[in-house]
Design a protein around this ligand. Structure first.
Ligand code: SGN
Ligand code: CA
Length: 533
């Protein structure tokens, strides 16, 4: 949808003037006190690999996340929120630039480097007089630009006693558990470092819940008595879905889910593919942390090796341990998000702050037998998205419009009264949050493109489109397969109906939508695999 930005901006509670050139700021023309009183702050909290199945605003089967749920209870929950490329670095680049991966140039964690000189929403906000700060995981291989203050963890970061890179380029080690430390640093900036007269945009980027799901020692005992429900397609045979068959992210596979690294079953004389990674993480702990860790895991390790599990019993056991470790790691995250919400409430900041909670993508919690992400299938294509809205934005409850992480940048700019640059590919979702009235026109499909192959987990390159009912995917490169799903009749995507009799019309339509999407977003892949009727 193409929007008339001037009109939209004037129709919201934001009334600051908009200048014509991209990135130029209303701030240049506004007295300081006016900016403060009219422009909302933005607190953007993003976790890593947090999937909707493990957030009780979305799914009550597994765990409860009372603090995260506060955001949606007081605001809005997006029930159709997706990413453009289900992988950390690429997803972050999409979010910062408002552009798909092929446009922002960051296609893959493994073979891309983010060109930090390109425009991003923090840069536009900074120019417009916002204070900008970033704490936590960055994962773009080049140093952040567009922030007044930043502290990032190198690469994926460490859960315990992590290193932080500080501007301009120093490294320090902080003592403690990373989710707490990122929150401490963010609150410290809010309380002691920012200029309280200016609007701010604070990005809190957690490493949690990334593999290998190492909980805070105070949460280790949680969920030990719980038996997690199995997804109905836990034992998928991937019939009719070749790319799904050939991945390497299976909980059951000894190669993919590592008994020592992922599930912490470290014992003398036992070896595994990723054991050294785990030893590296453990070596960061101090003696108190390590003692508590070992006291907790040792009885489980003893029992595991004594029971000689195999076959389905072993796979089930792995699933339960995986779910427990992940859930324990969520507990710390939920508590720390609660600390941020409490701070904002106690300092009268809630009324004028947009609080966003999301993840860099979803994750598999045993669906199709998997962990990890990457595929355009629902669990990893989706990402949680809840918001607490500043005054003047009146929507409440569920919003079902199709939204994607390339939409965040234009949304934040519109909220701040900054003109949305014409080359941003996302759409501002302000029309969806202004009120509960549905906008006359909203987009009716989303485009997705995953590039990282061959690489870890071996998910083939693919692109596709999804509308409110159907999804079409093309896996390419060293494979050439098409998949089509009717999400209404097959929400768990077990039946690829591409090529089935009776699907000719919908196939033609979805191929047409895909062609249109690739033209609209100017994805050069369309020249390599032209879509003919
Ligand atoms: C690491 C993990 C993978 C994960 C990628 C990408 N392996 O490489 O399991 O898919 O990160 O994750 S590990 O052995 O290092 O844990 S992402 O969220 O950062 O994209
Ligand atoms: Ca991630």
């Amino acid at each position: 949808m193409k929007v008339n930005h001037t009109k939209l901006i004037h129709s919201t509670a934001i009334t600051v003037a908009v200048t014509a050139s991209a990135g130029a700021s209303a701030a240049d023309n506004q007295p300081e006190h006016k900016q403060q009183s009219t422009r909302p702050n933005i607190v953007y909290i993003m976790t890593d690999d947090h999937t909707a199945q493990m957030m009780s605003s979305y799914d009550r089967r597994h765990i409860s996340t009372p603090n995260l749920d506060r955001i949606a209870e007081d605001g809005v929950r997006f029930t159709n929120s997706f990413v453009a490329n289900s992988l950390s670095g690429p997803s972050r680049a999409c979010m910062l630039t408002g552009k798909h991966s092929h446009t922002n140039g960051f296609l893959s964690n493994e073979f891309s480097t983010f060109d930090g000189s390109q425009p991003t929403f923090p840069k536009y906000l900074q120019k417009a007089g916002y204070q900008t700060a970033l704490f936590g995981k960055w994962h773009l291989h080049t140093l952040p630009q567009g922030f007044d203050t930043w502290e990032i963890v190198p690469g994926q970061g460490d859960y315990y006693n992590p290193l932080f890179i500080l501007a301009p380029n120093d490294t320090i080690e902080r003592h403690g558990y990373l989710t707490n430390l990122i929150t401490d640093r963010s609150l410290d900036w809010l309380e002691n470092e920012r200029d309280k007269e200016k609007p701010f945009c604070l990005l809190i980027h957690h490493k949690a819940l990334h593999r290998n799901w190492m909980a805070d020692t105070c949460d280790l005992e949680l969920y030990e008595d719980k038996v997690f429900e199995y997804p109905e397609n836990f034992r998928d045979n991937y019939e009719g879905r070749q790319a799904a068959k050939e991945q390497e992210m299976s909980i059951g596979s000894e190669h993919d889910m590592d008994i020592i690294y992922d599930l912490k079953m470290l014992a003398p004389g036992k070896d595994s593919r990723l054991k050294n990674n785990y030893l590296g993480f453990l070596s960061r702990m101090d003696s108190t942390q390590r003692k508590r860790w070992d006291e907790f895991y040792q009885p489980i390790i003893d029992e595991y090796y004594a029971s000689n599990l195999s076959g389905d019993t072993l796979v089930n056991w792995k699933y339960q341990r995986y779910m427990r470790d992940y859930a324990k790691t969520v507990a710390s995250l939920d508590r720390n998000v609660g600390r941020v919400l409490d701070y904002l409430r106690d300092h009268d900041l809630l009324d004028n702050t947009l609080v966003v909670y999301t993840s860099d993508q979803g994750f598999y919690m045993g669906e199709h037998g998997w962990f990890d992400k990457r595929f355009m299938y629902e669990e990893s294509f989706r990402t949680p998205l809840v918001m607490r809205l500043p005054k003047g934005y009146e929507a409440k409850g569920d919003i079902d419009g199709l939204v994607q992480n390339i939409d965040y940048a234009p949304t934040f700019l519109e909220l701040a009264g900054v003109e949305i640059p014409a080359d941003m590919q996302g759409e501002s979702i302000v029309p969806l949050i202004k009120s509960n009235e549905k906008p006359e026109k909203w987009r009716d499909y989303l485009y997705y493109h995953f590039h990282e192959y061959p690489a870890e987990h071996m998910v083939k390159r693919h692109y596709g489109v999804r509308d409110s009912r159907y999804k079409l995917i093309h896996f390419y490169n060293d494979i050439d397969t098409w998949e089509l799903y009717d999400l209404q009749n097959d929400p768990t995507e077990m039946h690829n109906i591409y090529g089935q009799p009776g699907t000719e019309e919908i196939t033609r339509h979805m191929r047409q939508v895909l062609r249109e999407a690739q033209e609209k977003y100017d994805d050069p892949i369309r020249f390599q695999y032209p879509i003919t009727d």
